[in-house]
Design a protein around this ligand. Structure first.
Ligand SMILES: *Cc1c(COP(=O)(O)O)cnc(C)c1O
Length: 473
């Protein structure tokens, strides 16, 4: 391409290029299940492909696009693949992918009301949908879309600290279980708490925060003259899908004037189904809840969300009033989301949530989540009936942990760890499925997170058979 100071393409060039991009995305959506979901490459291999100085001269746009399609987009894991069972899959959906494309195409600034009234309005509307789903007060409550669960947790903790401690948080203590996601401890350290201001409460045999131990820890800290600030409860741990006893935790928070934050980044989507919403009972009592629409609300990355009982808590925490923003302040009902969180310039995340829910209807989402929960239960039943497999943590909010442990072989714990590690390694490296291990009570176990609505029970059966074939090898 010739040097092009305006960074433009002609109308025709834009169309041809854009159609090709759409064709590429559609091809991916349509054929991803036939691809290899797992890709690893070393730094040296990647450097070999990509290392170069920033080119002074441009190239043909189609050559660059083809190169990226062939070399970059092939060297990625496919988190939306039906046999991608590990971590937390990102099933995504096409409507939302296109919505993101629109939001980027129009380069919508989603920071303030005056900058983009409709963008702010859609964020208010969709946050209200979520408040209602989670039985939070819709008028008084509020929230904000973030890049993901990590930023939502950080935003929650800054808000809790502002509300409960003001400026002096030297004596504050935060409680969480040993199953709590690492993003919480990362946020706590990022915002300047010391390590000794965190209590990691052990979990019971079902991976729930031990309530007795939690109470002991809070009582001791009070006796020591410290300030119990916040309990971070889990609503769907990443490891096992376990939900802490939210109703009991809310009682202790109320009694001790502590903030109740629920990390539902993994499990939040379960609220859409009848079973899931039962499992999440008590979540409506929280002061703040992290959810992660880019997980179980089937949105593409990046989209997290924080919900709070009272929207004023966010503005009281994050409002700064610099002179250069004075012309865009607006009135109180016209929310400036830059006053509700860390970011000033923000992409238009609400659009994908809005368009996908409008297009498919909430009922489709509800059915998808119910399907996922049932798929995990069916998988559990399958495993229980087999002589090869042992359930380690039963199907809980679409997560199940199990291991290879044939009844007739009497393998030692050490042998079991090794064999299950080998299964995971071989399956994942075969490229047919992504199935990695986790550690539960010191055992190496295989973990399936089944939140992809396009994963079938046959996919699961095929994967289990593949696992067994590697043992016999
Ligand atoms: C995934 C996850 C997070 C972190 O969310 P990101 O979107 O990856 O930043 C936090 N908590 C839990 C329970 C999670 O599963």
């Amino acid at each position: 391409m010739k040097t092009n100071r305006k960074l433009t393409l002609s109308r025709e060039e834009m169309k041809t290029y854009g159609y090709k991009v759409v064709d590429t995305i559609v091809e991916h959506f349509d054929t991803q299940h036939t691809k290899n979901p797992f890709s690893t490459a070393s730094r040296a291999e990647m450097d070999n492909l990509f290392l170069e100085e920033a080119p002074e001269q441009g190239s043909d746009p189609h050559d660059v696009l083809d190169f990226v399609t062939e070399k970059v987009l092939s060297e990625i894991n496919i988190a939306s693949h039906p046999k991608f069972y590990s971590f937390v899959p990102g099933p995504s959906n096409y409507i939302s992918a296109m919505s993101d494309t629109l939001a980027t195409g129009f380069n919508v600034f989603s920071g303030g009301w005056v900058a983009s009234a409709a963008a702010a309005e859609l964020e208010i509307i969709t946050i209200n949908w979520l408040l209602k789903l989670f039985k939070f007060p819709v008028k008084k409550g509020g929230g904000i879309f973030t890049s993901g669960g990590s930023m939502a947790n950080l935003t929650a903790l800054v808000t809790a600290r502002r509300q409960k401690c003001g400026d002096d948080f030297s004596k504050a203590v935060i409680y969480m279980s040993d199953q709590t996601h690492s993003s919480n401890i990362k946020a706590i350290r990022t915002i300047g708490f010391r390590k000794d201001q965190v209590r990691i409460i052990p979990t019971d045999l079902e991976f729930k925060m031990s309530f007795n131990k939690l109470k002991n820890a809070v009582a001791r800290d009070q006796l020591a003259g410290l300030q119990p600030l916040c309990i971070i409860a889990n609503a769907g741990t990443t490891n096992t899908g376990t939900v802490d006893d939210l109703r009991e935790i809310s009682k202790i928070c109320k009694a001790e004037n502590m903030w109740m934050h629920v990390d539902a980044a993994y499990g939040g989507g379960a609220i859409l189904s009848e079973k899931g919403s039962k499992a999440l009972r008590g979540i409506e009592k929280a002061d703040s809840v992290t959810i992660d629409p880019h997980k179980w609300f089937y949105q593409p990355y990046e989209m997290g969300c924080l919900l709070v009982r009272n929207h004023k808590w966010l503005s009281a925490t994050f409002s700064e009033k610099p002179e250069y923003l004075r012309d865009i302040e607006g009135n109180e009902s016209e929310i400036n989301f830059y006053d509700h969180g860390v970011q000033l310039t923000r992409r238009f995340r609400a659009l994908k949530f809005y368009m996908s829910v409008k297009t498919f209807g909430l009922k489709s989402f509800r059915e998808a989540v119910s399907y996922n929960i049932e798929l995990a239960e069916k998988t559990e039943a399958l495993i229980r009936k087999s002589k090869n497999w042992e359930v380690i943590s039963p199907a809980t909010l679409a997560v199940i942990n199990f291991r290879y442990n044939p009844i007739d072989k009497n393998l030692s714990e050490k042998e079991l760890d090794a064999i299950n590690q080998k299964i995971s390694h071989n399956v994942t490296n075969s490229g047919e499925a992504v199935l990695v291990t986790t550690l539960l009570q010191n055992q190496v176990v295989l973990r399936m997170c089944l939140i992809n609505p396009r994963t079938s029970i046959q996919d699961v059966k095929d994967t289990l058979n593949l696992c067994v074939s590697y043992v016999q090898e």
